[in-house]
Design a protein around this ligand. Structure first.
Ligand code: USQ
Length: 383
């Protein structure tokens, strides 16, 4: 397949690009380095610095023999989106090109507006470029489990059948996000659904939970191919943050009561899920939704697991609850369905002691690069 990856510089975008290329697909990546610029402006750079996309594509080619085409530009500008889609004629577009940080989207008006405009504009431009240039192209869109929030009923895979006053119909599962970032993904889903039912597009919307990990088959070939591994309060996801905190000797920052439960997955499983979805596309006029997670944990459970493995490595890990900077339930019901991707062939990599030990080893080797000023939360939901 010809695969176009929007947001190919990101934590997930770059390893996805290498994975598709290694599987024999023809890959083009685009990015405008927005996340790198935000990381620099907010003092939130990744633990391991990596070169730009062209240099990484060069190293990857030298080591694997596989090519990745790189195009730098702003997909929120329709001219650039249309040019890239016209010239690459993709069979599949993987859309990651969004501002992905919930805390950044809650930092103030400028950051909220930047998140809102970028995320919605890129999705809108992508839809129109597909509709007008490559109407058969399958869009694989990265959504988030955070679209659903934490409802007091089981979370279905995207859709729910409702029996109301004796009549039945199927609707998008109710959504109630907990940050402006997560809300942009709700709006993306609605936009995609409108264009799917009106113009017959084929779309897979992946409701993904927080991802952890920094190792993939291709990323392990050279340090310059490593995904951006963030441990700061802006871009770092909770498991990655806790592992770095344990190595730095900082007590693990459990926000509030720590009962917040989410569906997690290993970075290697993100790659599997996205490729499985791409290689077994949605039908025309179908908005197919999968819940992309392999295990659910509360924040307290994650902290205990990391403490256990860290202590075994002699780190003497402490856990400390701090006031929750977010507005979220700290005790709640959480039971998401997630059978669709398993049915497509997903073979999960769980959060085992070996996996955590492997991550600890990489972080310990880079211990000198940890900046402790990036660890405590700097953004509050209620101001
Ligand atoms: N948390 C802590 N301590 C920390 C950091 C986080 O207790 O030091 C808690 C948060 O309050 C939250 C949970 O851990 O309850 C998860 O937080 P997170 O920062 O790992 O994840 P989140 O902000 O929800 O966002 C991340 C990605 C986002 C993706 C989302 C999937 O940054 O791009 O969409 O995970 S989900 O959470 O399922 O919506």
């Amino acid at each position: 397949m010809k695969v176009l990856i929007l947001g190919g510089d990101g934590y997930l975008g770059w390893p996805t690009a290498m994975d598709f290329a290694a599987a024999g697909h023809e890959v083009c990546v685009t990015d405008n380095y927005m996340r790198r610029q935000i990381a620099e402006a907010t003092d939130s750079e990744a633990l391991i610095a990596t070169p730009g996309l062209s240099e990484r594509a060069r190293v990857f080619h030298a080591l694997s023999g596989h090519s990745i085409e790189v195009r730098i530009g702003d997909l929120a500008q329709p001219e650039f989106m249309f040019e890239v889609v016209r010239e690459t004629q993709p069979d599949c577009i993987v859309h990651y090109a969004e501002q992905p940080s919930a805390p950044y989207s809650m930092r103030g008006f400028r950051e909220a507006r930047e998140t809102f405009q970028n995320n919605l504009d890129v999705t809108f431009n992508c839809i129109w470029a597909v509709k007008d240039i490559v109407p058969d192209c399958h869009i694989v869109k990265l959504g988030t489990m955070g679209e659903y929030g934490t409802p007091n009923i089981d979370i279905e895979e995207g859709w729910i059948e409702i029996d109301h006053k004796g009549r039945k119909d199927k609707f998008l599962f109710p959504r109630a996000a907990g940050s402006l970032y997560h809300t942009t993904k709700v709006l993306d889903t609605d936009l995609l659904w409108f264009y799917v039912r009106t113009y017959g597009l084929r779309v897979t919307d992946l409701m993904q939970g927080p991802v952890y990990g920094l190792s993939t088959e291709q990323a392990d070939m050279d340090p310059s191919l490593c995904p951006h591994f963030h441990y700061d309060d802006i871009f770092g996801t909770v498991v990655n943050r806790f592992l770095v905190q344990a190595v730095a000797g900082v007590p693990l920052t459990v926000y509030g009561g720590g009962g917040q439960t989410r569906g997690y997955l290993n970075l290697r499983d993100t790659l599997q899920c996205v490729r499985l979805a791409a290689e077994q596309p949605a039908e025309k006029s179908e908005l197919r939704i999968f819940n992309q997670l392999t295990e659910t944990f509360s924040v307290n459970e994650i902290a205990s697991r990391i403490k256990e493995t860290g202590d075994r490595l002699g780190l003497g890990v402490e856990i400390k609850s701090i006031p929750n900077p977010r507005k979220e339930l700290e005790e709640h019901y959480y039971n998401p369905t997630s059978s669709g991707l398993l049915e497509l062939g997903l073979k999960p990599h769980y959060m085992t002691e070996d996996v955590l030990t492997g991550m600890f080893e990489r972080i310990i080797a880079n211990k000198d690069r940890i900046d402790k000023n990036r660890i405590m939360p700097r953004v509050r939901w209620k101001s």
